[in-house]
Design a binder for this molecule. Structure first.
Ligand code: GDP
Length: 444
C-alpha cells in the first residue's frame, strides 16, 4: 500500500500516455475508410484501391507491437510503404543498349505530351553526356515534324526526318543506321498518337517495334486522365509490350493516382514524370514522393519517422522488458516524458493526416511545461530513488527532501510517485492484453 498517494488520477497527466498500441480491426476501420477515400480522390482506379486496401488491412493487423506511435500514425506509415512498393519501390532509370545505339520508342495518345517528352529526354541524355538524335516517325501531321525540328534546335540535337511520305518502320530503321554511322549513343523516336486507342495506331507501333527492336518502349501517359490510365496502360502493354511509362502534366491539379495504377496493371515501372512545359521539367520518378502526393500527406511521414526514431525499436523492446518485469522506474519515466514532449513539438509541423488529430499549441505548451516540472523533481532524486521508486513511496522524509530540493510541494512529489505506480499498473494490464491478442493471432 502506498501512503499519501492514493487520490491521483492518470487523466490529470495527459502527456504520460504510454499506451501500448496495437492495430486492431476496430481501430483501423475508420482510418482505412479515410485512406480509401484519399486514394479514390487521387484517381486511383477502384479495383486497384480494393486490392490495396485489403492487402494493407492484412499487413496492419499483423503489425501490432509497441512503437510509441498511435495506431492511425502507424497505419499511415504502413500505407505509405505499401504504396511505395506498389509503385516499384525504387527509382527505375533508363536502360542503355550495350552494343549499338540505344533506341527509345515513345508511344501514347495525341496531346499527352509525347513530342515534348522527346525533347525533354534529349535534354536529359545530353546532361548524362550522351549524344542523342530525335526521330520524326509521326508522318500524319506535318506540324508534328516541324514541332520536333524546332525542339531539336532548342536542345541542340539533330532531328532525323524523311518527311511525310515514308513509312514509320522504314524511317526508324534508317534512323538507327544513321545513328550507327555517326556513333550516336541514343535515339528517341516520336510516333503518331491518336485521340483514342485504335487498331491502325497499334499495328504501326508493332511494326516499328519489330523493325528496330527498341531498348525502351515508353508509354507516355497524361496524369490528368486519372482512372482511365489503368485501361490505357493495360491495352498498350498487352498489344505492343512496354518497358515503362512516363507520366506527364503532374504540375496540374492531379494527385497522381494514375501512377499507382500503371505499375499495378502492367508490372512496368514509371521511369519519368513531367512537371511542366520546359525542357528541364522532366524528372526521374520517385515512388516515395509519389506516395506522399497520392495520400496528400505533406509532412506527416517525416513526423511518423521521427516519432519512431524517438522511440526506436531497441528502446521499445527494452521498455517492454521493464514493463513486463515491473521495473519501469523514474529514469524510464523521464525518458518517456522527454519523448512525449519531443513528439508534441514535432506535431507542430503535422498537416492534414487521415484520422489524426493535431495537438493544439496549448497542448504542446502544456506538455513542455509538464516536462520541466517533472524533470526538476526527478533531478532532485538520488540514483537509488530513481531506480527504486518504492523508497519514495514508503518514506515521507525522502519525499519532503525531494520537494525541498526541487522547489515543489510534498504533495506534488507524492503525486508524481503515485503516477509512476499507476503507469506500471496500466502498462502491465495493457501488456496482458497485447499478449492475449498475440496469442489469439498465433492460434489462427
Ligand atoms: P503530343 O501530341 O503527345 O506530342 O503532345 P505535345 O508534346 O504536343 O504536348 C501537348 C501540350 O501539352 C503542349 O501544349 C505541351 O506544352 C503540354 N505539355 C506537355 N508536357 C507537359 C507537362 O508536363 N506539363 C504541362 N503543364 N504541360 C505539358
Amino acid at each position: 500500500k502506498l501512503r499519501g498517494v492514493e487520490d491521483v488520477h492518470l487523466e490529470s497527466f495527459p502527456i504520460h500516455d504510454v499506451t501500448v498500441y496495437v492495430l486492431t480491426k476496430d481501430n483501423i476501420t475508420e482510418p482505412m475508410r479515410d485512406i480509401r477515400r484519399a486514394l479514390l480522390e487521387a484517381d486511383v482506379s477502384l479495383p486497384v484501391v480494393r486490392r490495396f486496401v485489403s492487402s494493407v488491412t492484412e499487413k496492419a493487423l499483423g503489425a501490432g507491437t509497441i512503437k510509441g506511435v498511435r495506431p492511425d500514425q502507424q497505419l499511415v506509415k504502413i500505407v505509405h510503404d505499401e504504396l511505395v512498393q506498389l509503385m516499384g519501390g525504387e527509382v527505375s532509370d533508363l536502360v542503355f543498349s550495350k552494343g549499338g545505339p540505344t533506341v527509345i520508342l515513345l508511344a501514347g495518345l495525341q496531346g499527352v505530351g509525347k513530342t515534348t517528352v522527346c525533347a525533354k529526354l534529349a535534354f536529359y541524355l545530353k546532361k548524362l553526356g550522351k549524344s542523342c538524335m530525335l526521330v520524326a516517325a509521326d508522318v500524319y501531321r506535318p506540324a508534328a515534324i516541324d514541332q520536333l525540328t524546332i525542339l531539336g534546335e532548342q536542345v541542340g540535337v539533330p532531328v532525323y526526318s524523311e518527311g511525310t511520305e515514308a513509312k514509320p518502320p522504314q524511317i526508324t530503321r534508317n534512323a538507327v543506321e544513321e545513328a550507327k554511322r555517326k556513333n550516336i549513343d541514343a535515339i528517341v523516336v516520336d510516333t503518331a498518337g491518336r485521340l483514342q486507342i485504335d487498331k491502325a495506331m497499334m499495328d504501326e507501333l508493332k511494326e516499328v517495334k519489330k523493325a528496330v527492336n527498341p531498348t525502351e518502349v515508353l508509354l507516355v501517359v497524361d496524369a490528368m486522365t486519372g482512372q482511365e490510365a489503368a485501361a490505357l496502360v493495360t491495352t498498350f502493354n498487352i498489344e505492343i509490350g512496354i518497358t515503362g511509362a512516363i507520366l506527364t502534366k503532374l504540375d496540374g491539379d492531379s494527385r497522381g493516382g494514375a501512377a499507382l495504377s500503371v505499375k499495378e496493371v502492367s508490372g512496368k515501372p514509371i521511369k519519368f514524370v513531367g512537371r511542366g512545359e520546359r525542357l528541364e521539367d522532366l524528372e526521374l520518378f520517385y515512388p516515395d514522393r509519389m506516395a506522399q502526393r497520392v495520400l496528400g500527406m505533406g509532412d506527416v511521414l517525416s513526423f511518423v519517422e521521427k516519432a519512431q526514431e524517438v522511440m526506436r525499436q531497441e528502446e521499445a523492446v527494452e521498455l517492454q522488458k521493464k514493463i513486463m518485469s515491473a521495473k519501469f522506474d523514474f529514469n524510464d519515466f523521464l525518458k518517456q516524458s522527454q519523448n512525449v514532449a519531443k513528439m508534441g513539438s514535432m506535431s507542430r509541423v503535422v498537416g492534414m493526416i487521415p484520422g489524426m488529430n493535431k495537438l493544439t499549441p496549448a497542448q504542446i505548451r502544456e506538455a513542455e511545461k509538464r516536462l520541466a516540472f517533472v524533470e526538476s523533481m526527478i533531478n532532485a532524486m538520488t540514483a537509488e530513488e530513481r531506480e527504486k521508486p518504492e523508497l519514495l513511496a514508503e518514506s515521507r522524509e525522502r519525499r519532503i527532501r525531494v520537494a525541498e530540493e526541487s522547489g515543489k510541494t510534498e504533495q506534488e512529489v507524492g503525486q508524481l510517485v503515485a503516477q509512476l505506480f499507476q503507469m506500471r499498473a496500466q502498462m502491465q494490464k495493457l501488456m496482458g492484453m497485447v499478449q492475449g491478442q498475440e496469442a489469439i493471432a498465433g492460434m489462427g
